[in-house]
Ligand binder design. Structure first.
Ligand code: NI
Length: 173
């Protein structure tokens, strides 16, 4: 089931999320809903706080259309355990900040460990777009948005645009 995506600014997007104690059926449903919501948006990553759930869960799939099979990935309690010194710049966007994009510099490679949907611990080294995406999503779990990396003026400009968007959407309902 698709869930509504919160739009910045929203206090729930600024919270530090709590770890998942155990992977339950309820959490597997949440993970499936997050993947469905992400694909429908469409987007390449989604974090639980973006659907109003303040727990450490992310979903992602950075396989571009026409570039092989989809790789839906769900991570519970994901954690960056190592980062490269080499950095990469990507133009990032966010489903909670629609149609706004900006360049963000992050480590080029990260090793991440997480609990999968069967409750097993996993570890993998990501690079390229996957590395940027997983760092962006883990940031969400710590109440951090990609615009927090921008200069204050640019961040304020984007926030004002989003406030306007939210007012417009509220009027339409
Ligand atoms: Ni995002």
């Amino acid at each position: 089931m698709k869930r509504p995506i919160l739009i910045h600014p929203d206090p729930r997007l600024k919270k530090v999320c709590v770890p998942v104690p155990d992977v339950s059926d309820e959490l597997r449903v949440l993970a499936d809903d997050m993947l469905e919501t992400m694909y429908a948006a469409p987007g390449i990553g989604l974090a639980a706080p973006q659907v109003g759930i303040l727990q450490r869960v992310i979903a992602m799939d950075c396989v571009k259309e026409g570039e092989g099979d989809a790789r839906p990935l769900v991570m519970f309690n994901p954690e960056v355990v190592a980062s490269s010194e080499e950095t990469n710049v990507y133009e990032e966007g966010c489903l909670s900040i629609p149609e706004q994009y900006a360049e963000v510099t992050r480590p080029k490679e990260v090793q991440v460990k997480w609990i999968d949907r069967d409750g097993h611990e996993q570890s993998e080294t990501f690079d390229g777009l996957w590395a940027t995406c997983v760092q962006h999503e883990i940031d969400h779990l710590n109440g951090k948005l990609f615009i927090d990396y921008l200069k204050p003026l640019k961040r304020q400009m984007i926030t004002r645009k989003m406030q306007k968007l939210k007012r417009e959407r509220a009027r339409e309902q």
